[in-house]
Design a protein around this ligand. Structure first.
Ligand code: PMP
Length: 434
């Protein structure tokens, strides 16, 4: 697709660049300081969970289902919290562990377990290379995707292989082709609902294909990070098929390890993290983690289940979160339409939940747009971060994180982004002619 700048004659293009540069100079003079870099809720949004902090005091009953939460014990998590985790992730509570405050750390430790010890009786992933003439262990990384996922596998020396993310989840033709042919491909990172950053939800067909596909690796694992499973913006949320049911039907129950947390429900970094897997795999994960943990913070678990006793309570709480998020997402969409409709310079996603909007500008624009926004006082997630190794092959993608700034600041930040996209698009059109 051509941008409007590519269709201009030389005189028009030079005039457009002059005009855009003058507007950039004006914005710089305003000395803005706006941050759209990471998916953090705004302080007002976080504050709706403060009443939870009053639920435990010196006089409180600190037991849950007979478990004393004020002492060591009950490594697997308190009964009410496991019941809630089971509802979140669509499994029997016995197939869950409720641990500390971070799901990302459990993801890290689960990959590390497979790397160090192997899973379901298979050799450790770390030994694969030596046994296969130096072939590397690889992970499929739907891209654009979540940079911290890619960081976990990169840190272990696993090769991250990008696969195209579509509106229905990863490009399954590509995924099936790759996993069938290469025994070194041991896993895939998935954010199946309101994916980070596209906001798209995997279709039923994608879930079925992922759980039933033939993999050359017998110990292939789907890392199913359902971080945004209850983060609907509207009453009618996206529906995601139960991955464990699909895996069981396909006879691949051990393939899925699922995660979630309350980081973006109560307090980011001070919530409760969960993991779920088949009976065999959850036992392995428990055994692995128990080497380094006597029991997690059960008082925090207790506080959480007293505040949010079941999924209905979580959904009611999330409707209040949506009141903060909806105007922000709607502001992003309105500002992008207002500034970029008809320019041919960009496309972006229209999520119905989650924390991000994924934006694509012309080829070769994203890094320059990020740098120009920074000069104008707006910080974006670094361009490229949504791709393994920070390498966006076409340099188009920008992750917009609208949750933290006020709607007013967001509106200003989006105007800056629009201006930067236009100037960079115009400059690219000029450079093409040189
Ligand atoms: N997974 C995804 C997809 C996320 O977007 C985030 C937070 N941005 C996390 C995990 C981190 O969650 P936690 O705080 O539970 O470690």
């Amino acid at each position: 697709m051509q941008t409007m700048y590519q269709t201009m004659n030389d005189v028009e293009l030079a005039a457009a660049i002059d005009d855009l540069e003058a507007r950039v100079a004006e914005v710089k003079a305003r000395e803005l300081k706006l941050d759209m870099a990471r998916g953090k809720p705004s302080p007002e949004q976080v504050a709706i969970s403060r009443p939870m902090l009053d639920l435990l005091s010196a006089d409180s009953d600190l037991t849950d289902g007979g478990v004393d939460c004020s002492n060591y014990g009950c490594f697997e998590g308190i009964p009410s919290a496991r019941a809630l985790a089971g509802e979140f992730l669509g499994v029997d509570p016995s197939q869950t562990l409720v641990l500390g405050s971070s799901s990302l750390l459990i993801e890290h430790d689960s990959v590390a377990m497979c790397w160090l010890k192997g899973t379901c009786g298979h050799a450790p992933w770390s030994e694969f290379s030596a046994a296969h003439d130096g072939a590397r262990v690889k992970f499929l990384c739907p891209a654009p995707g979540y940079d911290r996922h890619f960081g976990i596998t990169e840190d272990l020396g696993i090769e991250n292989v990008p696969v195209r993310m579509t509106e229905n989840g990863p490009d399954m033709d590509e995924v099936e082709r790759l996993v069938a042919a290469d025994e070194g491909i041991k896993g895939i990172w998935c954010v199946p609902k309101y994916s980070n950053p596209t906001g798209d939800t995997y279709s039923d067909e994608t879930v079925r294909r992922l759980t039933s596909m033939k993999t050359a690796a017998p110990d292939f694992r789907i890392f199913w990070d359902n971080a945004y499973c209850v983060h609907d913006l509207y009453d009618e949320g996206d529906e995601l098929l139960n991955v464990f049911d699909a895996a069981r039907e396909a006879g691949n129950e051990d393939r899925v390890i699922a995660f979630a947390s309350t980081s973006k429900i109560t307090f980011p970094g001070a919530g409760v993290g969960f993991v779920a897997a088949s009976p065999v795999v959850i036992k392995e994960i428990a055994h692995h983690l128990q080497a380094g943990l006597i029991s997690a913070d059960k008082l925090n678990q207790l506080r959480h289940v007293r505040f949010l006793p079941d999924l209905d309570a979580v959904r009611a709480h999330m409707r209040r979160h949506a009141e903060f998020m909806r105007p922000r997402f709607e502001c992003v969409d309105a500002k992008l339409h207002e500034g970029l409709d008809g320019t041919g310079c960009a496309t972006w996603t229209h999520p119905r939940g989650g924390y991000f909007v994924s934006f694509d500008g012309p080829e070769g624009s994203a890094k320059r747009v990020g740098a120009l926004c920074r000069e104008m006082g707006v910080t974006l997630t670094p361009a490229g971060a949504t791709w393994p190794y920070g390498e966006d092959p076409h340099d188009t993608n920008i992750r917009i994180a609208p949750s933290y700034p006020s709607v007013e600041d967001l509106s200003s930040a989006l105007e800056v982004l629009v201006l930067a996209v236009k100037l960079v698009s115009a400059q690219l059109a000029l450079e093409e002619r040189a």
